[in-house]
Design a protein. Structure first.
Length: 726
């Protein structure tokens, strides 16, 4: 058999990096030029001569050492090698994120070496001189962040490729013929990467699930869940286990609990809520104070540790709220029935009960298991009506019963007093430096088939704030109670804002005439609150709200309590939503264990669980965001012939992002589509500038647009630029 001759590497500049990589992967081994050539699968004279030259060059630059004539060893300079994660861009380049660098390390495309977005990698960092941006090369992929991807399959005669809509996935996935399964050409599929051969351009994978045809509603929703590794259904064995649970209320169990069934208790939730995991009770005390109970579904009573039901809940860690459905953490028998604090039913609860003065000072507190009876279910709109009118007759147009009804004087009095106390609590919180983010939420009116009929905006009012303040009170006091005992606990923490992001935000909002005070940390929260108030109701509100939220650190779960910056609390936990959040279940278990006199538990175990819950929360948030984008695109598909007034919400070298004022849908106008001049990007002004007219398109400008393309698979909108608003 003839010996196969490899072609020389075309770009001789590649040699240095490749040689260094070979030596770095075996830092204690010596190599001669023949061994390196063999590793590179090269045996032509030109390539071998280049290797010899580059070995001499690397030795002279003290990257490697010639330990004996013709034999080379890498100089192990440990500070040049770092472990961290890859953050891909949409341009097939990446940044290396590592705690040891104040700025991210740039990774060119040809230095990625099969690393994918969010992979944990080992990187060799160079160009570390002052004034030079550090660059790096991936030496090793330590751990894949994910191996399953969603995409559209293109089936050929003997193989297939799957391409994803994710702009950060820079390669398609090769599927051998015997691993295509039941997929048909053009299907949306879930594939698993199984291998990435050394000389292959694409990773090899197999189809593990067919999701459907592109653009179909259920296909796209299931694709969103699959993309983030989130489940859509419960395993049969988990459903069977849940159905067999005894969910009846037993006198023997009531005897172990504080009986609060005779105390006025009710729930306030969104009108379309299916599960009610919190209720408030209210009682006037003879001393002029008030007894206020925050009652939370006692999920941990049913969710026994070590069972398949608990394992499933932990793996999910959170319910996922997509635009047209909820993917619950717990099976329906628990989430919508046994644990849901439905009206006129007795329920087991875990409660935080406070004696509160008329000035909203907490005089006494009690934590423990209870049994309650909910006297009434309210929607936020109904409670808001009572707060605004002090009327006890709920009109038909806001009633969740579909007809007008009369509320008891007791409930009206309780609601008005709770609102009064909540406003005092909120005022104190803001005075202590809490930040108020009342960002407008986009919601859709859907028909029976899940098609969007209209858009509306969810705005928080007094009734929302009422519930929020008492939930915050319970969460804070539970965390404080355990935190002051110095025992291991699961906290909800929030670090101080990122200074670089605040400076970047300052540069953007200055274009609108706003500013924030960055001189000291104490003034930042006050300054942000003032900004939120100033932009309220203005065309740029949504943009600036989004920028402000992005400048904040992400809240997460941890056993290491650093406090919660955004809420201005020294101690904070999540206690109030165990139906939909697993950390709340852990908090309930730990609280009861410590109330029973238990010693501090293993911190490392709970830190690992906390990190898992934070990660799952992040995936769920991304899925929820994608589902909203999908529905926005779907909505705009039916409005392609209409003109819309929009606000420029982003400016880049390839075009402008435009947010439509009436529905908050965002899309792009490509720079080449703006025909009235030749525009270039001016980075300093965050603007596009016309070459002949010097006309400017910048952040906050109002323009009229029309839908050019609505891509359901990519969840992207492209607009035609029509004209500027006068």
């Amino acid at each position: 058999m003839d010996k196969k001759i490899r072609k020389p590497i075309k770009n001789e500049k590649d040699f240095l990096g490749k040689i260094l990589k070979i030596l770095s992967q075996s830092p204690n081994k010596v190599f001669n030029y023949k061994q390196i050539a063999a590793k590179l699968e090269l045996d032509d004279t030109k390539s071998r001569n280049q290797i010899i030259k580059d070995l001499k060059l690397l030795a002279s630059s003290k990257k490697i050492v010639e330990s004996e004539p013709g034999k080379y060893l890498v100089i192990a300079v440990s500070q040049d090698y770092y472990e961290g994660t890859i953050d891909m861009t949409s341009r097939k380049t990446a940044y290396f994120i590592c705690d040891e660098f104040t700025e991210d390390v740039f990774i060119p495309t040809n230095n990625l070496n099969r690393a994918l977005d969010k992979d944990k990698v080992k990187v060799y960092v160079y160009n570390r001189r002052k004034g030079k941006r550090p660059e790096g090369e991936v030496i090793e992929v330590i751990e894949r962040d994910k191996t399953e991807f969603v995409g559209v399959i293109d089936i050929q005669a003997n193989f297939a490729f799957v391409s994803t809509a994710n702009p950060k996935m820079y390669t398609d996935i090769f599927i051998p013929k015997d691993k295509i399964g039941e997929a048909e050409n053009g299907d949306v599929v879930l594939v698993k990467i199984e291998d990435w051969p050394k000389r292959a351009d694409s990773p090899f994978g197999s189809v593990i699930r067919v999701l459907g045809k592109p653009g179909e509603h259920n296909t796209e929703i299931h694709a969103i869940l699959a993309e983030y590794g989130l489940p859509s259904d419960f395993p049969v064995e988990v459903e069977v286990y849940a159905q067999k649970l005894d969910t009846t209320i037993q006198e023997s169990e009531i005897a172990k609990r504080r009986d609060m069934r005779d105390t006025l208790t009710y729930t306030i939730d969104p009108k379309d809520a299916k599960d009610f995991d919190d209720a408030l009770s209210f009682k006037k005390l003879e001393n002029g104070n008030y007894e206020i109970g925050i009652h939370i579904a006692d999920v941990s009573y049913y969710l026994e540790e070590g069972t398949i039901l608990d394992d499933e809940a932990y793996q999910r860690a959170t319910s996922v709220y997509l635009v047209d459905r909820v993917v619950p953490m717990l099976p329906e028998v628990l989430s919508n029935f046994a644990c849901s604090l439905r009206p006129n039913e007795e329920k087991y609860t875990f409660s935080a009960v406070f004696e509160v003065s008329p000035a909203a000072q907490v005089i006494n507190q009690w934590f423990g298991r209870t049994v309650i009876y909910s006297d009434q279910r309210f929607a936020y709109e109904e409670a808001q009506y009572i707060i605004e009118t002090k009327d006890n007759t709920i009109p038909v147009d806001i009633s969740i019963t579909g007809e007008s009804y009369v509320v008891s004087d007791e409930i009206v009095e309780a609601t008005l007093k709770l609102d009064e106390l909540a406003k005092i609590l909120r005022k104190k919180r803001m005075a202590n430096g809490a930040i108020s983010f009342d960002k407008v939420e986009v919601k859709f009116n859907l028909d029976a088939a899940g098609e969007p009929e209209g858009v509306y905006f969810k705005v928080s009012k007094d009734a929302n704030h009422l519930i929020e303040e008492f939930m915050l009170l319970a969460n804070r006091k539970v965390a404080e109670y355990i935190g002051k005992q110095k025992k291991t606990f699961v906290y909800r923490i929030h670090d101080e804002p990122n200074e670089d992001k605040l400076i970047a935000m300052q540069a953007v909002i200055s274009k609108f005439g706003y500013k924030i005070d960055l001189r000291n940390k104490g003034d930042i929260s006050k300054s942000l609150n003032a900004l939120m108030e100033e932009v309220n109701g203005k065309k740029e509100q949504n943009l600036i709200d989004t920028l402000a939220i992005r400048s904040m650190s992400k809240a997460k779960y941890s056993t290491d309590n650093i406090g919660h910056y955004g809420l201005a609390f020294d101690y904070y936990s999540h206690f109030t939503s165990p139906i939909r959040r697993y950390p709340d279940v852990m908090v309930h278990r730990l609280l009861q264990y410590y109330l029973d006199g238990g010693k501090s538990v293993d911190e490392e175990v709970y830190e690992t669980k906390s990190q898992h819950c934070s990660n799952m929360e992040s995936l769920a948030t991304n899925a929820e965001r994608d589902s909203i984008k999908y529905m926005q695109v779907k909505y705009m598909q039916d409005h392609q012939d209409e003109e819309f007034l929009g606000v420029i919400s982003g400016v880049t070298e390839w075009g402008i992002y435009v947010e439509i004022v009436s529905n908050k849908c965002e899309g792009m106008v490509r720079i080449r589509e703006i025909k009235d001049d030749y525009y270039t990007f001016d980075e300093k002004q965050y603007a596009l500038v016309g070459a002949t007219s010097n006309s400017i398109l910048q952040l906050g400008d109002e323009i009229f647009v029309k839908v050019k393309n609505a891509d359901l698979v990519k969840k992207q909108l492209d607009f035609h630029f029509l004209r500027r608003a006068e």
